[in-house]
Design a protein around this ligand. Structure first.
Ligand code: 5GP
Length: 236
């Protein structure tokens, strides 16, 4: 087990540490919650531990289905050992049902099902509020190569194909989610997290929101929603 050395980077909800192995990092999940690009801040009790556990479980599932990702192992309540990647500065959003940004942008009511998934890309930039971009921007501006973008799209759709039925069996609708990818030894792999911070998850029977929209929209019962997802995914 490599030893934690100095802090490499502190983000809004996670801290990354170096280890004495140059190919491995430690990702620490904070309880902090932010929305609207840091304009709204708070904490969600136990969120760090919950999101660490959920991401670990989902990444193990995805790895077993042949989807490469950065997880090496969960090493403590709030920490996971991950492969060092060069993050591709593009957020990849996969939508199965209209909600959030898409609903606002096109005036389509939230909850409208999509007959096939929509993939959107945003440029990862806090200063610019993660603006939406398309394939041409990604290729022309050199954020990813043609082959990398093909791989990213294929992997994103594969993740969706695994997670939609997985959550459905737990009584949850996977409405939409955000993925990030990184380069590791020449290969594009899944990085960052998959949690109620980065997904919209609705109860299948009641359509109750069980994700960060409860924080973004002041809907209350935030901790309960995260605990519900933890219980269903990890069984704790
Ligand atoms: P929207 O574009 O509707 O705001 O977000 C679509 C999906 O991507 C939602 O599940 C949302 O949680 C996720 N998402 C979009 N941008 C970000 C981001 O910057 N950070 C996180 N954690 N999730 C995001």
């Amino acid at each position: 087990m490599p030893n934690k050395t100095e802090q490499l980077y502190e983000g809004k909800v996670k801290v990354i540490f170096k280890t004495d192995d140059p190919n491995l990092l430690i990702m620490y999940y904070k309880d902090d919650a932010t929305a609207f690009n840091n304009k709204k801040k708070g904490t969600i009790e136990e969120k760090g531990a919950i999101n660490n556990a959920i991401t670990a479980k989902l990444y193990e599932l995805l790895a077993a289905k042949g989807i490469p990702n950065h997880l090496v192992s969960k090493i403590s309540d709030r920490e996971m050992l991950v492969k060092k990647v060069e993050i591709i500065p593009v957020e990849v959003i996969i939508r199965n049902v209209v909600a959030g940004g898409l609903s606002k942008r096109l005036g389509i009511p939230e909850g409208t099902p999509l007959k096939r998934p929509i993939i959107e890309y945003c440029y990862k930039s806090d200063e610019l509020d993660d603006p939406m971009i398309n394939d041409d921007h990604i290729l022309t501006l050199g954020y990813a190569t043609d082959q990398e973008l093909i791989n990213i799209r294929n992997l994103a759709l594969k993740v969706n194909d695994v997670l939609v039925p997985y959550f459905d069996a737990l009584g949850i609708r996977l409405i939409d989610f955000k993925l990030e990818f990184g380069r590791h030894k020449g290969e594009v792999i899944l990085a960052d997290e998959i949690t109620p911070d980065s997904c919209r998850l609705w109860d299948k029977k009641t359509n109750e929101k069980l994700d960060k929209d409860r924080f973004r929209r002041d809907l209350g019962k935030i901790e309960e929603a995260y605990q519900t997802i933890l219980r269903k995914v990890v069984g704790e």
